[in-house]
Design a protein around this ligand. Structure first.
Ligand code: NAI
Length: 286
């Protein structure tokens, strides 16, 4: 099993910037790419300030913080991924866009490199089939925010090799994560269970069962969830939730997975959650 030393992360949004930070802090050489130059510089800025904050709280030494920042390189040129050992893709949740990226990456990275996707729900088998290396394609699904949340869900596509699985599992362990393994069916384990609950919370709001505050309080104080489902949807991003519901609906073919019209309407209105300052709730400043 080849050792992973160098990691390429594509997508500098909520997830990609968190994955890049986590890898850099754990001593890996990290290349971070985003197609949008503003998103890339915002990612660099937010990673730097989060690392500074961890150092100032005493959870990381000043030297380790400085080393983590030295480990991180942001690039607008995907060709810089030539020598990485693994790419972790964290771009928009669209099968078409991800497939195009996987085709490009397949042509750029070295033959031994693994192509991993942080997708929440899209078929790893289909992403793999767009490449010439289906045995080296795998799902590596981090939770939000990646530096904090303990879990990584590893998804084996139909052709994923044992070597690829073992190397990815070893990497996730070196990043300090608890691992669960899922077969490649829509939504995998976590979102297969979580998203219908969030969608149902939207239905409860849509049909006037209760206020958003009471729906969230019900699940927080009644079932010990750290966040209510509507609050959590804002945290994840309503666009991401809607994309996942569409994948569940298309992939599992049951009307119980149809996205709630209110969720669709909020996304149409640009109410995408915390990242936009408004979703189910309004946020004063992002
Ligand atoms: P985001 O919207 O915060 O960030 C996506 C980034 O990808 C943006 O900066 C965008 O400029 C960039 N991008 C889009 N297309 C690109 C391309 N072709 N090449 C390079 N960069 C491109 O999205 P977020 O929330 O970080 O989600 C990313 C992925 O992670 C999605 O697949 C999502 O389903 C998954 N995910 C999201 C979680 C969440 O709580 N938001 C949790 C776990 C997984």
């Amino acid at each position: 099993m080849a050792e992973i030393r160098s990691i390429g992360v594509v997508g500098g949004g909520q997830m990609g910037s968190g994955i890049a930070q986590l890898a850099a802090v754990n001593g890996f050489e990290v290349w971070l790419h985003d197609a949008d130059s503003t998103a890339l510089s915002n990612a660099h800025e937010s990673i730097s300030s989060r690392i500074q904050s961890i150092v100032s709280k005493g959870h990381l030494t000043k030297e380790k913080g400085a080393e983590a920042l030295r480990n991180l390189r942001c690039t607008s040129n995907l060709e810089d991924f030539r020598s990485v050992d693994i790419v972790i893709e964290a771009i928009v949740e669209s099968e078409e866009v991800k497939k195009k990226l996987f085709v490009r990456l397949d042509n750029i990275v070295k033959g031994s490199a693994i192509l991993a996707s942080n997708t929440s729900s899209i078929s790893i088998t289909r992403l793999a089939s767009a490449t010439s290396r289906p045995g080296q394609v795998i799902g590596m699904h981090f939770m939000n925010p990646p530096p904090v949340m303990k879990l990584v869900e590893i998804i084996r596509g139909a052709s994923t090799s044992d070597d690829t699985f073992n190397a990815t599992k070893f990497l996730a362990e070196r990043l300090g994560k608890k691992i669960i393994c899922s077969q490649d069916f829509s939504g995998f384990i976590v979102n297969r269970i979580l998203m219908p609950m969030i969608n149902e919370a939207f239905h409860a709001l849509y049909t006037g069962v209760a206020t958003k505050e009471d729906i969230d309080a019900g699940m927080k104080f009644g079932t010990n969830h750290p966040m209510g489902p509507l609050e959590l949807a804002d945290h994840i991003g309503l666009d991401v939730c809607l994309s996942i519901m569409k994948v569940l609906y298309a992939g599992l073919g049951d009307s119980k997975y149809a996205p709630c019209p209110l969720l669709v309407q909020y996304v149409d209105a640009g109410r995408l959650g915390r990242k936009k300052g408004i979703g189910v709730y309004q946020y004063s400043k992002m």
